[in-house]
Design a protein around this ligand. Structure first.
Ligand code: UGA
Length: 449
């Protein structure tokens, strides 16, 4: 059955959710305060790189199922179901999440509602937020129509956003158990196609729904830092972390995914989410429960400094005057997102230590230039590698995995390659006379390369 849906906030999460809900056959209105973003989306253009998204955006705009507006009046009049998809960034100077945008959606929307509605939160929020927003909504309702506030966290990964929305591992819907309403029924109508496809549907309370999201990201971050800690041990004991990960990953209780050792996690989610989670635990008086996440964060940050230290050592103890090619700037492949990108952080640190750093990324050049204008940007791998003393592969784009060492050898000053994502064919590089370094691996090759 078709629903009339508004998606409030059409950044990464909201634009994807709006397009995917229209793809499921619903009538959808995307709402945002940023006119530039709205006009791009309305013209069928995705303001960031995400495979498959522009096709479904254009298709559903043409079919008349998807529109965009900056007007809360239009959204309130149009939709029976509202999804909050605004950002919850880290507060400046604090670990906690900034909830200004989430609160502002409730403040702006609720007084305009003139019919029974359900508001689903999708943004990642500290546990307790949904209940607070529900109370606020009851206070702000003006026309006798108190909206029900429920929580429906989002688990999409950048680079796979469309697939993760239309074929998620699970759907989670949390409702206020004290004021039972129709949210579960409404969610089942919105997601009827997915439920028919066999996607598990988890019904729970508000706090559990919020915590499912934060604890899932905390677990993923912990898994990555675990393998990166193992990489540190492997490096000093002559073991190989990639073989170790394969071997422990065969145990289905452990699983191989998210056990790729390297320069660690970044992006707009995992780093800020574990910090907001620690801050919230502190507010709830159980900070000790999440003290381990501080160590997860420390291990992760050490990957960045450790990689710069390693390349400095390889270059004789100083980066002053060294020419370094950095291949990859996005926080992960299939994305142009550079928020808290380990790759750019390492590029920036190397530059601050005196190196001349030239960066190339297939998709993230424009975003990188905006936040790191002082780095040098090359238009191809070859141009970035010209006369380099060391090459650092810091995002595992396929283009880099498939590089031919014999061709790159002719361009560089020194044959030193740092494989920050353990994504290259190490033996191939060593066979071509390169010194190879991958975190947690004891492979090398000639250092006088
Ligand atoms: C993450 C979660 O995976 C999603 O489930 C969640 O919905 C999303 O955050 C969110 O909260 O919105 P995302 O930030 O898109 O998704 O990226 P991931 O695929 O989780 O990767 C995060 C970082 O971890 C990247 O920098 C990646 O390179 C790194 N990583 C990942 C590793 O270093 N090793 C691995 O084995 C896997």
């Amino acid at each position: 059955m078709t629903c009339r849906i508004s998606v409030l906030g059409v950044g990464y999460l909201g634009a994807t959710h709006a397009a995917c809900m229209a793809e499921l056959g619903h009538e959808v209105m995307g709402v945002d305060t940023d006119p530039a973003k709205l006009s791009k989306l309305a013209a069928g253009e995705v303001p960031f790189y995400e495979p498959e998204l522009s096709e479904i955006l254009q298709k559903n705009i043409s079919a008349g199922r998807l529109t965009f507006t900056s007007s809360y009046d239009d959204a309130a009049a149009f939709a029976d179901v509202h999804f909050i998809a605004v950002g919850t960034p880290q507060k400046t100077g604090e670990l906690a999440a900034d909830l200004t945008y989430v609160d502002s959606v409730i403040d702006n929307l609720v007084p305009r509602l003139r019919k029974p509605t359900t508001i689903f939160g999708k943004s990642t929020v500290p546990v307790g937020t949904a209940e607070r927003l529900g109370i606020k909504a009851r206070e702000l309702a003006e026309h006798g129509h108190i909206p029900e506030v429920a929580w429906n966290p989002e688990f999409l990964r950048e680079g796979y956003a469309v697939k993760d929305t239309l074929q998620p591992d699970r759907l989670v819907v949390g409702v206020d158990k004290n004021t039972p309403g129709r949210a579960i029924e409404v969610a089942k109508r919105v997601y009827s196609q997915l439920i028919k496809d066999g996607v598990p549907f988890v019904e729970t309370d508000l706090a559990t729904a919020e915590l499912v999201k934060t604890s899932a990201n905390a677990f993923l971050a912990t898994k990555i830092s675990f393998i990166n800690a193992m990489a540190e041990i492997c490096e000093v004991s002559g073991a190989d972390v990639t073989e170790l990960a394969d071997a422990i990953g065969y145990d289905t209780r452990i699983g191989r995914r998210f056990l790729n050792a390297g320069i660690g996690f970044g992006g707009g989610c995992l780093p800020k989410d574990i910090r907001a989670f620690m801050a919230r635990a502190g507010e709830l008086g159980v900070d000790q429960a999440l003290t381990f996440l501080r160590e997860v964060d420390n291990i992760n940050m050490r990957r960045r400094t450790g990689t710069v230290d390693k390349v400095r050592t390889l270059l004789g103890g100083s980066l002053v005057g060294a020419k370094i090619a950095v291949l990859g700037a996005a926080f992960k492949p299939e994305s142009d997102d550079v928020r808290d990108s380990p790759a750019l952080n390492i590029a920036g640190q190397a530059q601050l230590q005196g190196a001349t750093v030239t960066v190339y990324d297939p998709k993230a050049m424009e975003n990188s230039r905006r936040i790191y204008p002082t780095l040098i940007y090359a238009s191809s791998v070859e141009k970035a590698c010209e006369q380099a003393d060391a090459i650092m592969v810091l995002t595992e784009w396929r283009e880099f995995n498939e590089l031919e060492p014999s061709k790159i050898s002719k361009l560089v000053r020194k044959k030193i390659i740092v494989d920050g994502r353990n994504c290259l064919d190490a033996e191939n590089w060593i066979d071509h006379g390169w010194y190879y370094y991958g975190p947690g691996r004891s492979l090398s090759g000639p250092i006088d390369a």
